[in-house]
Write a protein that binds this ligand. Structure first.
Ligand SMILES: [Zn+2]
Length: 448
């Protein structure tokens, strides 16, 4: 399912690509950094930055500079000391007030795990590792090697919200379990880059120690080690902000096979009101002038065809474009003629959108409708959801009126908060949004 995520960069997992550094003259090969063994605390490698020029580091207490490849302490530093790192002559060059040197893999670590490293105006738990960027060996990559539960403390508040009321705790617990399950499933995913996960929306947004929040910390501790399973495997725990009253089936969102765990479920209270009805995005409206929408489509329709081309054999490809005349160029849509909803899902999301232009007729499906009907021609924003009605005033303007925010798969965050405040437990919330799943402590066998 994740392979359809258009932002995901699929990289060949070149085994040993980073592991092939010779250490000293003894021919021993080292992994960077070592994968923890099952049964011990899980250490994550979070890629904080890649392809960077010279970087500076400090620490809130006494700290050390080590050579990761030789696992040898090179410098003992005091709070207030700074270290810089850059690439020089194919090696990492470090410099402090005391001394400098060249090595392959730089490790910066506080002496007391309670102290925090300082980098990029933020504080970080665990260690910071600096390596040469694999795809640009004149630059550096900064990796935070951090214990899983500390990582979650820097992730969960950003995903579900800060300073939530205490009675929302079961929802924060559910988010903690979902975030833990997600990241375990991504261990080794970016191995060729030298880490496991990105620190941004390509995985989960991780703000380090500054991103922490007391309610999230309590929720993470209370659910320590718990993950969502489907049978004996980790579940795909997708989540989104606001479903609008019914979550989505994965096969309606992306061109993938149906999955019982990611099937749409009702999200309404007994009185019929959506659990996520309090969301700011419960209902929304988006207006384009006809010419603005033509500018949006000039870029977004070719991008949609490119996306389809990456998934040969998908059912969505068969009617992606029908030319208006022989030789029409699908990459140049030209002026907009008609915009209509061809099909809806059972609960009412747009399943297929028909867009007729000078060049021909495009059929855009599922969640891709949100990327094709972008609010503006430039920028990363996409339409709030695929659950909308269209009002077209031909030649003048188009209005989309919709509900919800996000793809609609899996857990509905605003719904989960309302359910928690009504007394539902994290277990009940997860059982509702991931039908057929089970909650259990992480089994070491699930680690790669
Ligand atoms: Zn909902």
């Amino acid at each position: 399912v994740r392979r359809w995520l258009s932002l995901a960069v699929i990289l060949p997992l070149v085994a040993g690509c980073l592991a092939a550094k010779r250490v000293g003259g003894d021919g021993r090969r080292e992994e960077f950094p070592e994968r923890p063994v099952a049964g011990q605390p899980v250490l994550l490698r979070v890629g904080l930055g890649e392809g960077l020029p010279k970087q500076r580091f400090a620490c809130t207490g006494p700290w050390q500079l080590r050579s990761g490849a030789r696992d040898r302490t090179l410098l003992d530093l005091a709070a207030g000391d700074t270290v810089s790192a850059t690439v020089f002559a194919g090696k990492l060059k470090f410099a402090s007030d005391l001394e400098g040197g060249l090595l392959d893999w730089l490790v910066l670590a506080p002496r007391d795990p309670g102290d925090l490293l300082l980098w990029n105006d933020r504080t970080w738990r665990g260690e910071l590792h600096v390596i040469r960027t694999p795809r640009d060996s004149t630059r550096v990559t900064v990796v935070n090697v951090v214990e899983l539960e500390s990582y979650l403390a820097g992730v969960v508040p950003g995903e579900i919200g800060r300073a939530l009321p205490p009675d929302a705790r079961a929802a924060v617990e559910a988010q903690a379990i979902v975030a833990r399950t997600y990241v375990i499933g991504r261990l080794e995913a970016q191995r060729a880059r030298g880490f496991d996960v990105f620190a941004d929306t390509r995985d989960q947004v991780y703000g380090g120690a500054a991103g922490e929040d007391p309610l999230a910390a309590a929720a993470i501790a209370a659910t320590g080690g718990l993950v969502v399973y489907r049978g004996d495997e980790l579940a795909d725990t997708f989540f989104h902000s606001t479903c609008g009253g019914h979550t989505a089936d994965c096969a309606e969102v992306w061109p993938v096979a149906p999955d019982p765990l990611l099937r749409g479920v009702e999200d309404r209270r007994p009185d019929g009101v959506a659990w996520c009805g309090e969301s700011r995005y419960a209902v929304w409206e988006q207006t384009w002038s006809w010419s603005d929408l033509e500018r949006v489509l000039a870029a977004s329709l070719p991008a949609y065809l490119d996306e389809l081309a990456q998934h040969p054999g998908s059912a969505w490809q068969t009617d992606g474009f029908a030319p208006a005349y022989a030789g029409a160029d699908p990459r140049r849509p030209g002026s907009l003629r008609r915009l209509e909803i061809d099909a809806r899902t059972r609960e009412g999301r747009v399943a297929a959108l028909g867009i007729t232009t000078e060049a021909g007729r495009y059929r855009v499906r599922g969640d891709e409708t949100r990327r094709v009907l972008r609010p503006a021609a430039t920028g990363a924003a996409i339409l709030r959801s695929a659950w909308f009605d269209l009002e077209t005033d031909e030649g003048r303007r188009v209005i989309a009126r919709g509900r919800g925010w996000g793809h609609g798969l899996g857990l509905c965050q605003v719904g989960a908060i309302a359910r928690a405040r009504a007394g539902q437990t994290a277990r009940a919330i997860l059982a509702h949004y991931y039908p057929g799943s089970r909650l259990a402590p992480l089994d070491g066998a699930a680690l790669p």
